[in-house]
Design a protein around this ligand. Structure first.
Ligand code: HMG
Length: 386
C-alpha cells in the first residue's frame, strides 16, 4: 500500500520586501543577496498573522468535507509557536472545523520537525489506512535587523494531508537520519530572535547531508544517478545548491537533470525566504508546479534542522500529482503580494504584540487572508475568519 502526501497547500502573508531594496538600505551589493544567498524577495509578517493563522490559511486551501471527517491526527510542526503550553494544532482544529475526535499536538526540532511529523503520520496511516493525518509546517524566521541572518528571514506555512493511495507523493520506507547535540542555531525561551553561528551552521548542514546521504547509499545500494531530483531544506536557496554540488556526478545528462530540477525547486523559495519547518516542502511544491517530472519520478529529500537533526529519504511522484495542489491559487497568492519599503518592514519587525498581559485590538481590515489574528484579550489570542 502506498502512503504519502495526498494534498498540499501553501500560505505566505500578503506583504513582501524586495531584496534589492534591502541590499541598498544595508549598503550591500544586491548580487550578494540574489546570487550569493539566492533570494529575490522576503515575506514580511503583519501583526494580524502568526504561525496559527498561516497554518490554518494553508490548510484551508486543500481541506474538503471528507478530509474533515477522516483526519484524526493533526501534527503542527513549528519552532515559532505562540504558546508554551497549548498546541497550535488545537486552534487549527477549531478554525477549520475538523472533527473534535482527533489528536492535535505540536512537534519541535528546528526546521526538521515537519519531516519527523510526516514520517510519524505515515506510520500512523500504515496502522490505520482508512484515516488521514494533517501535517502543518508553519514558521516565522526572525534573526533581527542589521544582523547577517537578516537576509535569510521569511515566513509561511505548508499544509499536507497524509493518506493511503496519495495523489502527490508515495513516501518510501527507506530513510537515514542523524541527531547530534550541536549549537549552530537556537532560540532561548525568552528571545524572539534566533541565535546563530552562521558559517558554522552552513558547514554543519553540509556535514549532516554528507553523513545521511553516504549512509543511505550504503544501506540501500543506490546512487545519485537513480534520482530525478534532489530536494533540500532551503534556509536560503544557495544553501541547497551548495549541498547538491557535493554530489553532482560526472555524467553531464544526470548533472543537468539534477541542477535543472533544483532551479525549479528553489523558484518559490527565492520569493518567500526561510520558512523553517516548511522550507523543504515549499521547495517540493515549487518543483511539482514549475518542473517537468517524468512519470513516477524518483525524489531524494534532505531535511535539516539545526541543533541538529538531518534525514534523507526518498519518494515517488504519483501520476496525477498536479491534482493534489492548486498552482493557480498559489501563484496568485505570490503575485498579489504588496511590496513594503525597508522602513515599513523595519516598523513591522519592531511592532511586536504586548508581552505584559495588556489587551490589544488589531486592525484586520487590511489583511486579505481568510484567517487572521484580531488581537489579544485577557492574554488570549483572538483568531477569526473574515
Ligand atoms: P554573510 O557572512 O553576511 O555572507 O552571511 P557571506 O559573506 O558568507 O556571503 C554569502 C555568499 O554570498 C558567499 O557565497 C559570498 O561569496 C557571496 P558562498 O561562499 O557561501 O558560496 N557573495 C556574493 N556573490 C555575488 N556577488 C556579490 C557577493 N558578495 C558576497 N557581490 C549567512 C551569510 C548565511 C552566514 C548568514 O546570512 C546567516 O547567518 N544566516 C542564518 C543561518 C543560516 O541560514 N544557516 C544555514 C544552515 S543552518 C539551517 O539551515 C537551519 C535553519 O534553517 C534553522 C533551523 O533549523 O531551524 C537556519
Amino acid at each position: 500500500m502506498n502512503i504519502g502526501i495526498d494534498k498540499m497547500g501553501f500560505y505566505t502573508p500578503h506583504l513582501v520586501l524586495d531584496m534589492t531594496d534591502l541590499a541598498h538600505a544595508r549598503g550591500d551589493d544586491p548580487d550578494k543577496y540574489h546570487i550569493g544567498i539566492g533570494q529575490s524577495e522576503m515575506a514580511v509578517v503583519p501583526p494580524t498573522q502568526d504561525v496559527v493563522t498561516m497554518a490554518a490559511n494553508a490548510a484551508n486551501q486543500i481541506i474538503d468535507e471528507s478530509d474533515k471527517q477522516a483526519i484524526d491526527l493533526i501534527l503542527f510542526a513549528t519552532e515559532s509557536g505562540v504558546d508554551n503550553s497549548k498546541s497550535g494544532a488545537v486552534y487549527v482544529q477549531r478554525l477549520l472545523g475538523l472533527t473534535e475526535h482527533t489528536r492535535a499536538i505540536e512537534v519541535k526540532q528546528a526546521c526538521y520537525s515537519a519531516t519527523a511529523a510526516l514520517q510519524l503520520a505515515k506510520d500512523y496511516i500504515a496502522a490505520h489506512p482508512q484515516r488521514k493525518a494533517l501535517v502543518l509546517a508553519s514558521d516565522v524566521a526572525r534573526y533581527g535587523l542589521h544582523t547577517p541572518g537578516e537576509i535569510t528571514q521569511g515566513a509561511g506555512a505548508v499544509a499536507m494531508v497524509v493518506s493511503a493511495n496519495p495523489q502527490i507523493l508515495a513516501i518510501s520506507d527507506q530513510s537515514t537520519y542523524l541527531t547530534q547535540d550541536v549549537m549552530d542555531f537556537w532560540r532561548p525561551i525568552y528571545a524572539t530572535e534566533a541565535r546563530v553561528d552562521g558559517h558554522f551552521s552552513a558547514n554543519i548542514y553540509v556535514d549532516f547531508f554528507t553523513n545521511v546521504w553516504t549512509r543511505f547509499k550504503k544501506t540501500y545500494g543506490v546512487d545519485v544517478t537513480d534520482f530525478d531530483a534532489m530536494l533540500f531544506h532551503l534556509p536560503f536557496s544557495k544553501m541547497g545548491l551548495k549541498a547538491l554540488r557535493t554530489v553532482l556526478p560526472a555524467d553531464e545528462t544526470v548533472a543537468s537533470r539534477l541542477t535543472d530540477n533544483f532551479e525549479s525547486a528553489r523558484l518559490w523559495n527565492r520569493h518567500v525566504g526561510n520558512l523553517y519547518t516548511g522550507s523543504l516542502y515549499l521547495s517540493l511544491l515549487s518543483l511539482l508546479a514549475n518542473g517537468t517530472l517524468a512519470d513516477n519520478a524518483q525524489l531524494g529529500l534532505f531535511s535539516y534542522g539545526s541543533g541538529a537533526e538531518g534525514e534523507f529519504y526518498t519518494a515517488t511522484v504519483q501520476p496525477n500529482y498536479r491534482n493534489g495542489f492548486d498552482q493557480v491559487k498559489i501563484e496568485s497568492l505570490l503575485n498579489a503580494r504588496q511590496q513594503v519599503s525597508v522602513g515599513e518592514y523595519e516598523q513591522l519587525f519592531s511592532d511586536q504584540l504586548p508581552t505584559d498581559g495588556s489587551t490589544k485590538k488589531l486592525d484586520i481590515a487590511a489583511d486579505p487572508a481568510h484567517f487572521v489574528l484580531a488581537g489579544i484579550d485577557n492574554e488570549q489570542r483572538q483568531y477569526q475568519a473574515h
